[in-house]
Design a protein around this ligand. Structure first.
Ligand SMILES: C[S@@+](CC[C@H](N)C(=O)[O-])C[C@H]1O[C@@H](n2cnc3c(N)ncnc32)[C@H](O)[C@@H]1O
Length: 413
């Protein structure tokens, strides 16, 4: 008999009885998707794996602790037959055939009346991959195709515009510290769907080069001590483009809410009724030290880390930082925007009791090709910044964690 291709379909299983025979690895792998589909799951098996047991304990499935018996498929809409007993599997699939219940068999795809596709999800879409006939079945191949499609959709390399579900308004996307691989999957997808991107100097600038030519890229460069686009102008640009019905991404360095003025932008948009999605990003405060092998905490060394802005000096009346208290902390201090004021900051910390020989690392342009690490102590850091010509952007780490790992200076893969 000629082999016809399988007919793909999406089963809507909410509240409908699904019978699973067997409680081993196959059931364990398939059950989460059946639970997510809202199925009324009856599992029949004398034994189950600890994970399946946990699903039964949580009330997600009903477990009958015995082998398969004729009649178990009564009322079933769909069955998964996956016991270790070939004879039981054969009897169960005969019952399924008789009752006209679609059934998957883990031990014999030829005897099954349904096949489970390799599936994956990306923002509202399910990707399901089946081979055309039983003889051509190659689960690794279908899984690889599934992975390629899902990954492409997630990271935006497979661009499939979907106007119905496109995020309306503005997305404030945390782009991470600079390495284009360190943006989130969601951030990358929104970037791939954008009509307009308003980008900072910090963050994954390399990704801008990948955008298609029709995408308008606006430079909101807030270069330290240099060119400056007022926050109000940025807010206005976001509002204007969103009002034209465009999909706008505000691409920011690190995380939008860590010294990123993300909330100010969200508030400006909310005032004029423009919806705003915030996508968290990997903050430089943790990732840049990590890029040079510095953990911000380490067992037995630092049980806390504090992230501080150093953009105003400790004695500046605008400073909101309690430097004397920070000097008493035993954990790690991470200072952003502090290159210019590090001399005054170090003096203040030492004056309030922090040992002058406390290790300091300055990490410039972390995670980028220009990454550079310079080491000092609180006593020497001001002079080191001058002699080594350390420039922003840099993350400054103060504390014993600086010395716990092997010295790493170059960017890692
Ligand atoms: C305005 S703050 C923004 C912080 C950002 N929202 C975050 O979560 O990383 C800018 C400061 O972050 C630090 N910074 C950001 N990216 C950096 C990088 N790749 N290397 C070193 N420092 C970085 C520097 O201290 C810089 O002056």
């Amino acid at each position: 008999m000629a082999e016809h291709p399988a007919y793909p379909v999406g089963l809507r299983l909410t509240g409908r009885r699904v019978v699973v025979l067997g409680g081993g690895q196959v059931a364990q792998r398939r059950l989460p998707a059946l639970i997510a589909a809202g199925a009324d799951i009856l599992l029949v098996s004398p034994e189950v794996t600890p994970s399946v047991q946990a699903m039964a304990d949580a009330g997600e499935i009903t477990w009958r602790r015995r082998p398969y018996e004729e009649g178990d498929l009564t009322d079933a809409w769909y069955a998964l037959i996956a016991t270790g007993d070939v004879d039981a599997n054969t009897r169960a699939s005969a019952e399924a055939e008789r009752r006209r219940v679609w059934c998957v068999r883990s031990d014999d795809a030829d005897e099954a009346t349904a096949w489970t596709p390799a599936t994956g999800h990306s923002e509202g879409v399910t990707v399901a991959v089946l081979t055309t006939d039983a003889r051509g079945r190659d689960p690794r191949h279908t899984a690889a195709i599934r992975d390629a499609v899902v990954e492409g959709l997630r990271d935006g390399t497979l661009v499939a515009p979907h106007h119905r579900t496109r995020t309306p308004g503005v997305a404030l996307v945390g782009g991470g510290p600079g390495d284009p691989d360190l943006i989130t999957v969601r951030g990358r997808r929104l970037l791939a769907e954008a009509d307009v991107v308003i980008a900072d100097r910090l963050g994954p600038r390399d990704l801008l080069a990948e955008l298609p030519p029709h995408v308008e890229v606006i430079d909101a460069a807030k270069i330290p001590y240099g060119r400056f686009m007022a926050q109000e102008a940025i807010n206005n640009a976001l509002i204007e483009h969103a009002k034209q019905g465009k999909s706008v991404v505000r691409l920011k360095g690190g995380d939008p809410y860590v010294f990123g003025r993300g909330m100010e932008e969200l508030q400006a948009l909310a005032e004029v009724g423009i919806p705003c999605t915030v996508v968290p990003g990997i903050s430089s405060s943790i990732s840049v030290p990590s890029a040079v092998g510095i953990p911000v905490t380490h067992r037995g060394v630092a049980h806390e880390f504090t992230v501080v802005s150093g953009h105003v000096a400790p004695d500046d009346e605008r400073s909101l930082v309690d430097w004397p208290s920070l000097a008493r902390l035993t954990g790690t201090l991470v200072i952003l925007m502090g290159v210019d004021k590090i001399g005054r900051i170090a003096e203040t910390l030492v004056a309030h009791g922090k040992p002058a020989d406390t290790p300091v690392a300055l990490v410039q342009e972390g995670t980028t090709a220009a990454q550079r690490r310079v080491d000092a102590t609180l006593a020497t850091v001001a002079e080191t910044v001058r002699t080594e010509d350390v420039k922003p952007p840099a993350v400054i780490v103060i504390g014993e964690v600086v010395k716990v790992g092997p010295l790493v200076t170059a960017p890692s893969e």
